[in-house]
Design a protein around this ligand. Structure first.
Ligand code: ADP
Ligand code: MG
Ligand code: MG
Length: 251
């Protein structure tokens, strides 16, 4: 689904290399987790995949279902089925949450050559999905994320994800700042979307999210590279022993 090979990325503004040869393949139907100390380049990887400005790719490739992701415009990446949930979801004053979602869903469908969803169908689907994420009707009418609590923003992102039905979902520290109940709701929302045709990359600083979203594969990132890959046990090992031993081993 997602294949990253030898990806090297530097900042455009500064001569600072951040990603130093990332290799990572996420298969359809699998959940891969990336853990790693602060500053290791996890968010940079998700920003580069999303097409954010300010980065220069100096070497390597990233493809989504074989298509060159790095050549695509931001909207083309979304249309191709990439979805990113960020650590700090943006607020969009003046745009109702429901209107935003409906526009996004229909733009997505259009890009995929599907017909627009009727108002009635859209309402039915969004109500159902919002309910399972404990998002009430009032929150659907408010401007996107404006005045939402941290937990509400994260749940709203999972709602966006559920509505857009992406092929490849990347979640960057979606658990940060969430209390246990909100984290469980987010995890349940993600688990409900697990599907044979969909890949997940879950970036998290702490192991606790992975108690609820059970990963198939765990990668440890340090200093711009994946330094170790293993099964779910690797997350537990890191939780107990920290990253220092792994980093020393790699060095
Ligand atoms: P992580 O998400 O793993 O904590 P980041 O991708 O946020 O790591 O950051 C990786 C490294 O790149 C850090 O050393 C960070 O300070 C640096 N970095 C990222 N973006 C910028 C930027 N715009 N300007 C300067 N340094 C940056
Ligand atoms: Mg960080
Ligand atoms: Mg980060």
């Amino acid at each position: 689904m997602l294949e990253i090979k030898n990806l090297h990325v530097k900042l455009e503004e500064e001569d600072k290399q951040i990603l130093k040869g990332v290799d990572l393949t996420v298969e359809a139907g699998k959940v891969h987790a990336i853990m790693g100390p602060n500053g290791s380049g996890k968010s940079t990887l998700s920003y580069v995949l999303s097409g954010r400005d300010g980065y220069e790719i100096t070497e390597g490739t990233a493809t989504l279902e074989g298509e060159d992701l790095l050549e695509m415009e931001v909207e083309e990446r979304a249309a191709a089925g990439l979805f990113l949930a960020f650590q700090y979801p943006v607020e969009i004053p003046g745009v109702g949450n429901m209107t935003f979602l409906r526009t996004a869903v229909n733009a997505q469908r259009k890009a995929r050559g599907q017909e627009e969803m009727s108002s009635a169908e859209f309402l039915k689907v969004i109500r159902e999905k919002a309910k399972s994420l404990k998002i009430d009707a009032e929150m659907l009418k408010r401007p996107v994320n404006v005045g939402f609590s941290g937990g509400e923003k994260k749940r709203n992102e999972i709602l966006q994800m559920a509505m857009l039905e992406p092929k490849m979902c990347i979640l960057d520290e979606t658990d940060s700042g969430l209390d246990v109940d909100a984290m469980k709701l987010v995890a349940d929302g993600v688990n409900a979307l697990r599907d044979a045709g969909r890949g997940f990359l879950v970036i998290t600083h702490y192991q606790r999210l992975l108690d609820h979203i059970k990963p198939d594969v765990v990668h440890i990132m340090s200093n711009g590279r994946i330094i170790k890959t293993g099964g779910p046990d690797l997350a537990l090992e890191v939780e107990h022993n920290g990253y220092a031993d792994l980093i020393a081993e790699e060095a």
